[in-house]
Design a protein. Structure first.
Length: 193
């Protein structure tokens, strides 16, 4: 099982960005430390989503392969944790789509919140996907209130979940989702004018 494969202690004094920076400078061990730090968390997250221990191991391995392939593209100004969990979420959804059956309840966390519902609530970012540069993004959010700008930036620039944003903004998750959808609709209307 994955949880017992790597037991070496991770140097606690190093944060993710430092470890990534060391890897990018050529320290191969740094990536091993990062894998050790997140391996059990990613496996548990994926297992909760797919419900199959063998598949969860395969998907977890795929997640770390994707991390390894894309680590040079990672923006060191952002947090690593939301990035790797987004990769894990996407890999879980990809696996379930290939299986053709998606047990909706598998996406619920211990509080009964459904990860898939949160993903589906994000149905309006078509406008944001079309923005190729930081300048285009900044133009798109001109005219938004500071709260709405912050919400869009947290969601799309920092990759935070609605739950994380709700906690950060000291608001309910439903309020954040509603504000997000309303903001995206306003941005789309403005773009079509």
């Amino acid at each position: 099982m994955l949880s017992s494969q790597m037991t070496d202690a991770m140097p606690e004094e190093k944060d993710d960005k430092t470890i990534i920076f060391e890897y990018l400078k050529g320290d191969q061990k740094a990536l091993e430390f990062l894998v050790k730090k997140y391996l059990n968390h990613i496996y548990s997250f994926i297992y909760k989503n797919v419900g199959d221990p063998e598949a969860a191991e395969d998907i977890t391995q795929e997640v770390f392969v994707r991390v390894w392939k894309n680590i040079r593209k990672f923006d060191l100004n952002k947090d690593f944790k939301p990035w790797i969990f987004q990769i894990a979420k996407n890999a879980s959804i990809d696996y379930l789509r290939k299986r053709k059956t998606i047990p909706f309840s598998r996406f619920e966390n211990s509080q009964g919140q459904n990860m898939l519902t949160e993903t589906l609530a994000d149905n309006g970012p078509g406008i944001l996907e079309r923005l190729n540069t930081k300048t285009e993004f900044e133009k798109a959010i001109v005219g938004l209130s500071e709260k709405d700008k912050n919400l869009i930036q947290l969601r799309h620039s920092q990759g935070m979940s609605f739950k994380e944003i709700a906690q950060k903004m000291n608001s309910s998750i439903n309020t954040i989702k509603s504000r997000y959808r309303r903001t995206i609709k306003n941005m789309q209307k403005k773009a079509t004018k």
